[in-house]
Write a protein that binds this ligand. Structure first.
Ligand SMILES: *Cc1c(COP(=O)(O)O)cnc(C)c1O
Length: 395
């Protein structure tokens, strides 16, 4: 890769970083659908296997299309190394397998993706890694939960669905003062809106399935950080346990990345317009969106992000019956829990993504029966509003 990359801005990196043309002179990135690579001689094979000579061996280890995606995502996040994974969950799992061992302790935000909670509390617990869950925005709670054996602090910001924010700078200082690493799942913001490594985080996690693809086509993930933690420790896990990204998916994500900046800005514009409009609706009791001045952490959002993102949640009066009425009255919005798509999606968290929580846990995490989450897509804002108004106007 050329050295010019150092001075490039995010839109340029998203279009060009990581590409090395083959002798065919192709303009668009090629897809290398090959499981293995051929050596010129027995000696070359031996040198590659022995690690004495760089180069491809087998696509579970490295693949040129996957590497282009890794280099582009690393450049966008400002990290030395990136390892691409089969899914976002595989990125979190590989990070944990690479950086933790039995007897270690993790402090994790209570407001992370549900499956992440299951991974920590059920599966990592089986192998002797204990996790405590704390309130995302309560810095004191994080500090009190840290023990001498705490290795990782893990969070997502803004949270899903209530858009609560974690202060990445403050948490990274806390982690480092206590000898731990800060891991940020940057799925909702992407590097276009938030650069956790610049704010002090050690590792950034992605579910590429969401905004990096942005068009709902493929599953994938990535881990970004320095060349030791990610380039050696996490890469070693991928090489030996196998949840690698397929070259075809890497190619789809490369094409997704090329429009990432345009899309994230457009998602944020649409979401802000929708949130402001929802605040003016009488049947809407509360709107959760970090781009609103009414958001309790509006200042932190302005310090930490370049735009507020695409997720808006709101509470309608009348509880579950009203929320379901709004959802079932839509004709265009997609009733699905996925997010980060050009198509706007609508969800009732209390009975879907957060349905397994007890009533007490729901109250504690602020998931009320009247809460609706909208992952705002790229349709015309007037059409999104009209589709929601069909139900809201009847309440
Ligand atoms: C979806 C999601 C994941 C998991 O990603 P998959 O690609 O579905 O495995 C992790 N973190 C966040 C914040 C997510 O939204």
């Amino acid at each position: 890769m050329s050295n010019e990359i150092d001075g490039w801005g995010p839109a340029t990196l998203a279009v060009r970083a990581g590409q090395e043309r083959t002798q065919e002179g192709e303009h668009s990135e090629p897809i290398f659908t090959t499981s293995s690579f051929v050596f010129g001689s027995a000696a070359e094979a031996a040198a590659r296997f022995g690690g004495d000579e760089p180069g491809n061996i087998y696509s579970r280890f490295t693949n040129p299309t996957v590497r282009t995606f890794e280099q582009r995502l690393a450049a966008l996040e400002g990290g030395e190394s990136c390892v691409a994974t089969a899914t976002g969950m595989a990125a979190i799992m590989a990070t944990c397998l690479g950086l933790l061992e039995a007897g270690d302790h993790v402090v994790c935000s209570r407001s992370v993706f549900g499956t992440t909670t299951v991974m920590f509390s059920k599966y990592l617990a089986k192998f002797g890694v204990e996790t405590d869950f704390v309130s995302l925005s309560g810095l004191d709670a994080w500090e009190q939960a840290i023990r001498p054996n705490t290795k990782l602090l893990f969070l997502e910001t803004p949270s899903n669905p209530l858009t609560e924010m974690g202060d990445i700078t403050a948490l990274s200082q806390l982690a480092h003062a206590r000898g731990a690493l800060l891991v940020v799942d940057n799925c909702f913001c992407t590097p276009v809106l938030q650069k956790p490594l610049e704010l002090g985080a050690d590792i950034v996690i992605h579910s590429a399935t969401k905004y990096l693809d942005g068009q709902g086509r493929c599953m994938g993930g990535g881990v970004v950080g320095d060349s030791k933690l990610v380039g050696e420790d996490v890469f070693g896990v991928l090489r030996s346990t196998g949840p690698t990204m397929s070259p075809f998916n890497a190619w789809v994500f490369l094409k997704g990345l090329e429009t990432l900046k345009l899309r994230m800005e457009a998602h944020s514009r649409n979401a802000l317009a929708l949130a402001q409009w929802l605040e003016s609706q009488e049947a809407v009791e509360r709107v959760y969106y970090p781009g609103l001045k009414s958001h309790p952490q509006f200042d932190l959002m302005q310090r930490q992000q370049t735009a507020p993102g695409g997720i808006v949640s709101f509470e309608v009066r009348g509880g579950q019956a009203s929320a379901w009425k709004v959802i079932d009255s839509t004709r265009m919005l997609s009733i699905t829990a996925n997010l980060g798509d050009t198509k706007t999606t609508i969800t009732h968290p209390a009975t879907t993504t957060h349905g397994r929580l007890s009533d007490e846990e729901k109250t504690l995490s602020g998931i009320s029966d009247g809460l609706i989450r909208v992952a705002v897509g790229l349709e015309e804002i007037d059409d999104i509003q009209a589709d929601l108004l069909r139900g809201i106007s009847t309440l």
